[in-house]
Design a protein around this ligand. Structure first.
Ligand SMILES: Cc1cc2nc3c(=O)[nH]c(=O)nc-3n(C[C@H](O)[C@H](O)[C@H](O)COP(=O)(O)O)c2cc1C
Length: 174
């Protein structure tokens, strides 16, 4: 039996939400990363991701300027790093990844870094950005994929507290 509630209230039942990390590299070579919960597969032939990325995020600016990014699934010991890159905006001259100890590895096709300890990394090239509402949807085609040599490593599925709507608003601030 269902009870009618506000859309916001019903979306609270979506959590826990899975999380991925998205890395970028500026034209001047600075790496950046953010956490993204609004991430889904958008196509399997060719493989594509769709990411909801707030227009205020540094990542959004970098994807628009370089048209490249990497989607990485963190391992289960990367919760602290996921929260770190998911709660501060990247600044020119800064390096959020090194600040929190994330180890980078060179990709094969794009300049955005792979995360060496992730369970998997997907190098992506921007296909298009669609803005159907208040959150731009970034669609990227996978141009190379990598998995961790340690197959026993498990994926970090989520971090708490959950992030609701707008992606960038922590539950606590609502
Ligand atoms: C678990 C988690 C999930 C998040 N999901 C999203 C998301 O889907 N979209 C978004 O724009 N921001 C999301 N954020 C917030 C961004 O990661 C955060 O604003 C980050 O500081 C942006 O970094 P940047 O400005 O360096 O790109 C999430 C944060 C966390 C911790």
């Amino acid at each position: 039996m269902q009870t009618k509630v506000t859309t916001e209230k019903a979306f609270e039942r979506k959590y826990p939400e899975s999380v991925a990390l998205v890395t970028t590299r500026s034209r001047t070579g600075e790496p950046n990363a953010m956490a993204v919960g609004w991430v889904a597969i958008a196509s399997s032939d060719p493989w594509m991701f769709v990411l909801g990325i707030d227009s205020a995020a540094t990542t959004y600016r970098l994807i628009r300027s370089t048209r490249q990014f990497v989607v990485a699934y963190p391992n289960e010991r990367m919760a602290k790093e996921t929260r770190h890159v998911g709660t501060r905006h990247g600044v020119p001259g800064g390096d959020k990844l090194t600040d929190c100890g994330l180890v980078m590895q060179k990709g094969r096709v794009v300049r955005a870094p792979l995360l060496a300890d992730a369970v998997a990394n997907f190098e992506c090239e921007l296909v298009r950005i669609v803005i159907p509402g208040d959150c731009p949807l970034v669609i990227g085609k996978v141009v190379a994929a990598h998995v961790n040599r340690n197959h026993a490593l498990r994926r970090l599925y989520t971090v708490a507290p959950g992030y609701v709507l707008k992606g960038v608003r922590p539950m606590a601030s609502r």
